[in-house]
Design a protein around this ligand. Structure first.
Ligand SMILES: Cc1cc2nc3c(=O)[nH]c(=O)nc-3n(C[C@H](O)[C@H](O)[C@H](O)COP(=O)(O)O)c2cc1C
Ligand SMILES: Nc1ncnc2c1ncn2[C@@H]1O[C@H](COP(=O)(O)OP(=O)(O)O)[C@@H](O)[C@H]1O
Length: 301
């Protein structure tokens, strides 16, 4: 599989491509990709995924945008599929104002078949939609219908809502896995070890950070997963940080890992972050968090 930046080059002829932003590469996205693979096999076509590097909202409103799967992670998941080429559109202010037919002329020349979700939008202010694509005679457009789960459309917006509201235990059924963030271990206030619970603090970069609070988690260090509990918040009892820290106390682990990239997978939210009147009260609560976390892992497959 090759990754190609779609900037002035044409897509290979005889290609079936799944197109989308694909943040999260969730179950509906996977269905789109599998559909393209299936059509590719049936008609002996090259298979491809067309995606974008930066979210349009980030470009249009100049906002920091946080992702379920930043680009690098998205590409890593794409590579687990039997796809020939991944095309990445470099999104810029200029690209964001392309009219739908300009978008098609710029990126979709040569395409044999395009696979997209029923609500795919493209071109300036999302003015192009599946109808625009279907009206275009040069290629065929296959539309994958809405998939719902628990009354919600399986989509990045719903998954973002679950993460933002701390309902991480509900993410699995729509994402196909628990939500996880990766980041380099950075230095904190060095108070964790003083209270008997050292915590690896990570720089979460472009990842969407779940709601502040305490979570039962799994943490991956150097290719090995450990049970863990993690805290997201301002550490009001000991540090009162202005920014949010994401930190994990890893069970049965005792190594210095500053500078390592680790992954924290969120299994269940246990509680809100609290401000305690004493360090002893904080420690007693964290002792209880550990018992609660181990209890969750008793039933965990
Ligand atoms: C499971 C767990 C729960 C925590 N809960 C709280 C909390 O409710 N309130 C709080 O102020 N800090 C809480 N903390 C954060 C600790 O205060 C924090 O780990 C400590 O300040 C160490 O920070 P450092 O790694 O920067 O040294 C929690 C930490 C863990 C690991
Ligand atoms: N069980 C553990 N869980 C998390 N970090 C650990 C553990 N054992 C050792 N460490 C190391 O200790 C550091 C955390 O200690 P801590 O006192 O909280 O310092 P900091 O404030 O810099 O995070 C981690 O970055 C890691 O290198």
């Amino acid at each position: 599989m090759e990754v190609i930046t779609l900037n002035g080059i044409k897509i290979k002829s005889n290609t079936v491509a799944a197109i989308g932003f694909f943040d999260g590469v969730h179950l509906a996205h996977k269905q789109l990709i599998e559909t393209a693979i299936h059509i590719g096999k049936e008609h002996n076509l090259h298979t491809a995924i067309i995606t974008f590097d930066i979210h349009p909202k980030s470009i249009l409103y100049g906002l920091d945008y946080f992702y379920i799967t930043p680009l690098e992670r998205k590409l890593e998941i794409f590579k687990t599929f039997d796809i020939d080429t991944i095309y990445v559109v470099e999104f810029t202010k200029e690209k964001a104002v392309l009219k739908p037919h300009e978008f098609i002329d710029t990126y979709l020349q040569n395409i044999h078949t395009l696979v997209c979700g029923f609500d795919f939008k493209f071109g300036v202010r999302g003015s192009g939609n599946v109808k625009t694509l279907q009206e275009h005679d040069d290629f065929e457009t296959i539309i994958v219908d809405e998939i719902t789960y628990g009354g919600y459309k399986v989509g990045s917006t719903h998954i973002r809502d679950l993460i933002n509201s701390g309902h991480v235990d509900q993410v699995y059924d729509v994402l196909g896995d628990y939500y996880s963030v990766r980041g380099k271990v950075v230095h904190g206030a060095k108070k964790g070890r003083m209270i008997g619970y050292p915590t690896a603090n990570i720089d979460t970069g472009e990842y969407l950070v779940p709601k502040n609070g305490v979570y039962a988690t799994m943490t991956k260090v150097k290719d090995r997963w450990y049970q863990s509990m993690s805290s997201i918040g301002h550490n009001p009892t000991l540090n009162c940080r202005v920014d949010v820290s994401v930190e994990s106390n890893i069970f049965d682990f005792d190594e210095e890992i500053y500078g390592e990239v680790i992954e924290i997978k969120f299994i269940k939210r246990l509680r809100d972050e609290l401000k305690f009147n004493s360090v002893e009260a904080l420690i007693a609560k964290i002792d209880q968090d550990k018992l609660d976390t181990l209890d969750i892992f008793k039933d965990f497959k």
